[in-house]
Design a protein around this ligand. Structure first.
Ligand SMILES: Nc1ncnc2c1ncn2[C@@H]1O[C@H](COP(=O)(O)OP(=O)(O)O)[C@@H](O)[C@H]1O
Ligand SMILES: [Mg+2]
Length: 406
């Protein structure tokens, strides 16, 4: 089983997938920029071969390099879990007639407008929305939808340039703020709670499933620096409202013709109990969500994804044992972190529930909290009881405080 894996060492979590592929018996052929000697030894040991490309984001050049390689070597799979390279992987598969999702299918997971069209056509609930290229079009859309609305980039990520707008006067301000965005989606604002639906699929069938809740909603977390955002996986997927979300997820996977691999979907639950589609990618969730899923069931999804890709199989018998929370911290003040308060007490009291303490220590420079959800570090904790897990996460959010000065 010869698997070409694009960018085996970056972003960091790709190193775990490289390991996973090797562990299920694949020969991993990495594709990256620079010589193989640049790949960290702990990843290099899992690679059987390596293709150097001048630029990973030059789709044609990467395709050409792998095509060239294929003239001398047999290739069974071409994969990428880094969102910007998922289309490149699909193009190579198509050109080499290698099994896996086609470019047209992957496009349904990459282009938010095509995505929503396909999902709406399947009769599933998506926010009422318009594609807009000018202020005039946004104003016209707002008129038809009625406030509150959301204005966000069609090709957005991480809630960047995303605004909730409640009135015409606010819209005038937001029009200026999104002027640099080429194309936006103007949407009905969906009130309520926000969840993920994550899977590992084999031929479109979700063999592994997960749901997590965002506390608070990502847009609020990204708009307020003082908030310590929390994400908690939900141990019990049998609660009625969660089941509705999962059912929506099944419909979405079908509508988008999902093949084999990871998916990460976001969905909303309104106060009336309606479930509404948010967005989906054919890749795992970022910001350590896969670690949380692993801690939820004591499993290794890095390896099980690889097993699904290579052998259309997944070895997960474990039930869901825990609700697993991640709490992202943001220091008060700018510059260098000087002091942490409350961490020692928190660890003394609740250390047994803490799986990972990755909070930046005094002396470290603050990270840009708008650019990385991980911000100034995080704690991962878990508990068998949902209310306790949520309570502990909220305590970590409020009681642990980082202080920075220039
Ligand atoms: N139609 C909507 N109604 C309510 N909130 C929305 C809507 N669209 C986006 N949001 C908020 O903005 C966040 C980012 O939007 P999303 O579509 O997930 O794009 P991305 O995460 O790729 O930036 C969402 O998590 C949600 O909090
Ligand atoms: Mg999102």
């Amino acid at each position: 089983m010869n698997v070409v894996f694009l960018s085996p060492a970056y972003p960091l979590e790709m190193q775990d997938y490289t390991r996973g592929l090797a562990e299920v018996g694949a020969n991993v052929i990495g594709v990256g920029e620079g010589p193989v000697s640049m790949v960290p030894p702990k990843v290099r040991k899992y690679l059987s071969d390596y293709i150097t490309v001048p630029k990973l984001f030059d789709e044609q050049a990467v395709c050409d390099a792998v095509l060239q390689y294929s003239k001398r070597h047999h290739i069974d799979r071409v994969e990428s879990l880094w969102e910007p390279l998922t289309l490149t992987a699909a193009s190579i598969r198509e050109q080499l007639r290698i099994p896996g999702m086609s470019r047209a299918t992957v496009l349904g997971f990459r282009d938010k407008s095509i995505m929503k069209d396909r999902i709406a056509k399947a009769g599933l609930r998506v926010p009422y929305a318009f594609r807009c290229k000018s202020s005039r079009e946004i104003e016209a859309a707002a008129e038809r939808i009625g406030f509150p609305i959301i204005v966000k980039p069609i090709a957005g990520a991480g809630s960047a340039d995303t605004y909730r707008v409640d009135s015409s006067s606010q819209l005038q301000r937001v029009l200026k703020q999104v002027q640099h965005v080429e194309e936006v989606s103007t949407e009905e604002f969906i009130d309520g709670r926000e969840f993920t639906y994550d899977t590992v699929c084999v031929d479109g069938r979700p063999i592994y499933e997960n749901v997590a809740e965002y506390l608070p909603r990502p847009l609020i977390a990204r708009s307020n620096e003082w908030i310590s955002p929390i994400i908690i996986t939900i141990k019990d997927l049998n609660k009625p409202h969660i089941k509705h979300g999962i059912k929506l997820g099944h419909g979405v996977l079908k509508a988008l013709n999902m093949g084999t691999g990871f998916t990460h979907m976001e969905w909303y639950l309104t106060p009336k109990g309606e479930v509404v589609f948010g967005e989906i990618g054919c890749r795992p969730g970022g910001a350590h969500l896969v670690d949380q899923m692993n801690f939820t069931s004591d499993i290794d999804l890095f390896r099980e994804w690889a097993r699904a890709i290579c052998w259309k199989d997944v070895h997960i018998q474990n039930p869901r044992l825990y609700n697993c929370a991640i709490v992202f911290k943001r220091a008060m003040g700018q510059g260098t972190i000087r002091k942490i308060g409350g961490l020692e007490t928190f660890m003394q009291k609740y250390g047994r529930s803490v799986m990972v303490d990755n909070i930046l220590r005094p002396g470290a420079r603050r990270r840009n909290w708008k650019q990385t959800l991980v911000s100034d570090g995080f704690i991962i904790l878990r508990h068998t009881n949902w209310i306790t897990a949520k309570h502990l996460a909220e305590k970590a959010a409020t009681d642990i405080q980082l202080f920075a000065t220039p």
